[in-house]
Design a protein around this ligand. Structure first.
Ligand SMILES: CC(=O)SCCNC(=O)CCNC(=O)[C@H](O)C(C)(C)COP(=O)(O)OP(=O)(O)OC[C@H]1O[C@@H](n2cnc3c(N)ncnc32)[C@H](O)[C@@H]1OP(=O)(O)O
Ligand SMILES: CC(C)C(=O)C(=O)O
Length: 579
């Protein structure tokens, strides 16, 4: 098959059929959430290679309710017994404020079976569809005329009416009605209006219980601005607008479903149908997670709760048996991760500034005060959707010092001084090249502890710390320190104006070395009275610089451990011998 040099011989550009005067949507912004309809159990389910079994359907339904959906399309009840029975399960089990929606084609026996499945529901929406576009009328319905199409839709609307709101035995249910002119976006706009007016007249909606006209981009065929124009045109022209709820049902064939849904809401739509993480026919239905969190990050409540996105992903993956893409907006595993050095640097600095601001504002205004989010590379605070900060920064060969020091800070609470960050990042870089992949957090932590002999690794070097005694005098302090290498024990003594200089004196005198302290940093760990001190020291010896880290409840011992860490580092690099 050729990939055409001139595709216009085969594909014609979408001929926009809208003559919209004075369009309003381009200058509007989204200020409130739409009514949402989750169709994971219908459009989502019908497109799965392995449709959900009963247990999976129950799990999905319960998750959708928990997320806060108030309208859920649970099935196509005339398709199978499983769909029928599941609708009855939903009737009995959804909370009273949730409306169950089901779908049927415009085929009378199927409509009857569909409505039967809803008997006993508190709130039910019967949804019927009929394709209206020239392509479908010609190909699927064998040249069905406009008139025949309208007649069929009206007949079915009347049938639904007689089986629901006009049925004397079914008055305990709050019945609503939805009509979808399927393939709306490829249909003649005037014809869509004509068929919807006829269906509306047959149903006779009220302001309190409007009819839902769901206007699907059954197949996405053009740019989202055209869909927005089509919706604005319909919204302008349909009569009794207050008795009509305009619903969107965008598919994602061109990858623009989210944009199309957003622009079409600006154009006047009230409601959006979609699926979690964009499951659905072909490329999927519009992704409701993205739409909702797009609103959230603009400061608009989506009226859906994604505070535990991980459990949402877990349910979606279990029920659909399709993984959520690692780059799916907001939820994807990699979307809050930065591997590259400059991104990590910016995020690390961003968190330092933000945390400082939060502390200052909360000290002034109380612990519940919230600071507006301003963070390079992260449009959403990962904590808001239940993701931990540890996952944000991950380290591979593209990372710089900021990434590995962030992981150490978040896991060990060690706030490494800049020069130590640089020294450690060289060790990390070397290791990522050796293994040829990302280093996981626990590998980085081990690498750090091994390199600087901290924590449980403090015994890994040649010298082990046994004990010390420090006599402070105004002129010259004296330090006695016991070290061991497992076979020999050294009792060293040195003088200086503090424990560090005394230790250096003790080592230089005993081992005939010329150690010189270059850097010293210290901070406390933890907030309790048992908090520890973390000390970072670098020493030079014969032009070679080695960093060491010491952590201990006793500040002096923390410094001595850091010095011993330096000596063990020098020893390991064969740099700890006298000249
Ligand atoms: C865009 C959408 O997602 S629409 C929803 C689609 N979902 C599904 O189809 C899932 C459930 N469907 C099913 O299980 C089956 O299709 C059933 C049980 C409903 C019907 O099965 P069948 O009777 O075997 O019909 P079949 O599946 O072949 O459907 C095609 C028939 O429906 C007709 N049809 C298609 N859409 C509609 C409609 N909206 N209204 C009326 N008839 C329609 C077609 O013209 C065709 O009729 P024909 O056989 O006279 O040519
Ligand atoms: C039934 C309708 C709403 C549909 O699924 C579509 O057009 O994609």
């Amino acid at each position: 098959m050729p990939f055409y040099k001139d595709p216009s011989v085969k594909y014609k550009p979408f001929a926009s059929n809208i003559k919209l005067q004075d369009r309003k949507w381009p200058s509007r912004t989204l200020k409130k959430a739409p009514r949402w309809l989750a169709t994971d159990l219908r459009d989502g389910n019908q497109s799965l290679p392995d449709p959900m079994n009963l247990e999976e359907k129950k799990l999905m339904l319960s998750k959708l309710c928990e997320l806060g959906f108030k309208e859920i399309e649970v099935a196509f009840p005339s398709a199978s017994n499983v769909d029928f029975q599941f609708t009855q399960y939903a009737v009995k089990n959804v909370p009273d404020d949730v409306a169950i929606q089901v779908l049927s084609p415009c085929r009378e026996p199927l409509i009857e079976r569909t409505v039967e499945s809803l008997v006993g529901a508190k709130n039910a929406i019967v949804h019927i569809y009929l394709a209206t576009s020239p392509c479908f009328r010609e190909i699927v319905f064998n040249d069905m005329s406009h008139e025949d199409c309208i007649e069929k839709a009206v007949k079915c609307a009347k049938l639904v009416r007689s089986l629901t709101k006009d049925h004397p035995d079914r008055q305990d249910t709050n019945w609503s009605f939805e009509f979808s002119p399927e393939t709306f976006s490829d249909s003649e706009p005037e014809f869509v209006l004509e068929i919807c007016e006829a269906v509306k007249a047959a149903w006779e909606p009220t302001e309190e219980n409007p009819i839902v006209f769901n206007l699907p981009a059954t197949v996405e065929m053009t740019t989202p601005n055209v869909y927005a124009d089509q919706i604005e045109y319909f919204a302008q022209k349909i009569s009794e607008r207050e008795k009509v709820c305009i619903s969107l049902h965008p598919h994602n064939d061109r990858g623009c479903a989210v944009a199309a849904a957003e622009l079409a809401q600006l154009a006047g739509a009230d409601r959006v149908e979609g699926c979690l993480f964009g499951n659905g026919e072909r490329t999927g239905n519009v992704d409701i997670v993205t739409l909702a969190l797009n609103l959230y990050t603009q400061g608009v409540s989506p009226n859906l709760d994604f505070s535990d996105i991980a459990s949402c992903i877990e349910v979606v993956e279990k029920c659909n048996k399709i993984p959520v893409h690692a780059r799916a907006p907001y939820g994807g595993q990699l979307v809050v991760c930065a591997f590259s050095g400059s991104h990590q640097d910016a995020i690390k600095k961003g968190f330092e500034k933000y945390d400082k601001k939060v502390k200052a504002v909360q000290a002034k205004e109380g612990p519940d005060a919230v600071v507006p989010w301003k963070m390079p590379y992260l449009p959403l605070d990962p904590q808001d959707i239940g993701r931990t900060y540890e996952a944000i920064i991950r380290v591979n060969s593209q990372s710089g010092k900021g990434g590995s020091s962030w992981v150490i800070l978040k896991n060990l609470e060690l706030d490494l001084p800049r020069d130590l960050q640089i020294a450690f990042s060289k060790i990390v870089q070397n290791q990522t090249e050796v293994v040829g992949r990302e280093l996981k957090s626990d590998e980085l932590i081990s690498l750090f502890e091994d390199s600087y002999f901290v924590g449980s690794h403090s015994d890994a070097g040649k010298f082990e710390f046994i004990d010390y005694k420090f006599d402070k005098s105004p002129k010259h302090s004296t330090l006695s320190v016991k070290l061991s290498d497992g076979t020999t024990q050294w009792d060293l003594e040195g003088k200086g104006n503090g424990p560090i200089s005394s230790f250096i004196d003790a080592v230089n005198t005993n081992f005939h070395t010329q150690l010189d302290v270059k850097n010293y940093h210290e901070h406390s760990l933890g907030k309790s009275s048992h908090s520890k001190a973390a000390t970072y020291i670098s020493v030079s010896h014969n032009g070679f610089v080695q960093w060491g880290v010491g952590v201990h409840e006793d500040t002096t011992q923390a410094s001595l451990l850091a010095l011993l860490s330096c000596i063990n580092g020098l020893e390991r690099a064969n740099k700890f011998s006298s000249i």
